[in-house]
Design a protein around this ligand. Structure first.
Ligand code: 5AD
Length: 358
């Protein structure tokens, strides 16, 4: 591939086999030269649509109770070693107050699938945030819910929803999840969210057990069709209390390649450099941004609960991961040539006001 334009066209038109071949070329091995070319093209495109901006989201992990048993996740309900917690509505507001003072204008409310947070309660929380912080966006990441639930939450003021599809291959989905969860329902939820008017994030783990270059190709094909506003990708990291505890030793390499390729395929996407990336590689977040990502999600969860939101081992929650260090983080990003942006950071073509009127 000679240039980014050619690669972009290829990514948008290639079938599964061609995509898998392309990944083979870039991933086996991912040499410094190949990575540099990808980063260059990815950055040109990010620059074209979002300039050098990096957007911030304040992450509030408000409950680690989960009714699901996803085999890879440390929060699965059968993990009796997980120390469970829920934040109260007032504790969530306190996180927002603190975040607002620090400069955040997007709050991401993330949890396991916890039925305690009924539609009524979650709607109350969302509308209170919107009432107190009218210039902020609220993103929810609380798993699969019904169409009507998503609709009520949207009406209450939620702007965005993150729900990773995890893998677009049925067999692979079944290897990662118990039989009561299905790829078709996950996709249905994603399409429902979009129809309702949310800015929607899909995504997957890189190097998850059973992932192959072919399943990765299916992820790209699904994303190309679905066109999410955001894509969350990070390396799979084994969790000691799961069946995949000894799966492999994670690293950042393939995730960085995937981030660049996603930026090139869907150049307007908001792409976070994830905590998982920072966990497997000390410089993971910076490398992620340099590979084409443009979002960071520092943690606003009360410090005493942060270690308990343990999706995987050694999950970072200090240093830059901690929202308290936002000013230092912003200065560091400037030194790398990025422009820290404290606006809501909506998807570039998203007209919030128009969407809300319809
Ligand atoms: N390693 C990396 N990411 C994980 N997630 C869950 N478990 C792990 C793990 N062991 C990701 C999933 C989920 C998101 C909240 O965290 O992709 O959607």
């Amino acid at each position: 591939m000679k240039d980014g334009k050619g690669l972009s066209e290829y990514l948008n038109t290639a079938g599964k086999k061609e995509l898998a071949d392309l990944f083979r070329y870039y991933c086996e091995p991912a040499t410094a030269e190949k990575r540099a070319a990808l980063s260059l093209w990815a950055n040109e495109l990010r620059e074209k649509y979002y300039g050098s901006k990096v957007f911030f989201r304040g992450l509030i992990e408000f409950s680690n109770y989960c009714q699901n048993n996803c085999f890879y996740c440390g929060l699965q309900r059968s993990n009796s070693k997980a120390k469970r917690y829920r934040l109260t509505q007032e504790e969530i507001m306190e996180c927002c107050r603190k975040g607002y003072k620090l400069g955040f204008r997007t709050f991401v409310l993330q949890s396991g699938e916890d039925a305690y947070f009924s539609d009524t309660l979650l709607c109350k929380i969302v509308s209170q945030i919107k009432e107190l912080f009218a210039d902020c966006a609220v993103t929810l990441a609380c798993g699969e819910r019904s169409y009507n639930s998503y609709k009520s939450l949207f009406k209450a003021g939620a702007d965005r929803y993150l729900l990773r599809h995890e893998t677009a291959n049925e067999k692979h989905y079944a290897l990662l999840h118990p039989s009561e969860l299905s790829l078709s329902n996950r996709k249905k939820c994603l399409y429902n969210l979009k129809e309702i008017g949310y800015q929607v994030g899909a995504g997957f783990m890189v190097n998850s057990p059973g992932q192959s270059l072919e399943t990765l190709a299916e992820d790209f094909i699904f994303l190309k069709e679905f066109k999410p506003h955001m894509i969350g990708v990070g390396p799979f990291i084994p969790h000691k209390d799961t069946v995949f505890a000894d799966y492999y030793k994670p690293n950042s390499s393939r995730t960085l390649t995937v981030l660049s390729l996603l930026r090139i395929m869907l150049p307007k996407t908001l792409l976070p450099a994830t905590t998982a990336l920072g966990t497997v590689d000390e410089k993971g977040r910076e490398k992620g941004l340099l590979a084409g990502a443009n979002v960071l999600m520092p943690n606003l969860t009360p410090a005493k609960h942060r270690v308990d939101y343990s999706l995987y081992d050694q999950k970072l929650c200090t240093g830059w991961e901690a929202a308290e260090h936002l000013p230092d983080l912003a200065r560091y990003l400037e030194s790398l040539g990025f422009t820290p942006d404290f606006s809501r950071g909506d998807y570039i073509d998203f007209q919030t006001s128009t969407q809300r009127l319809t």
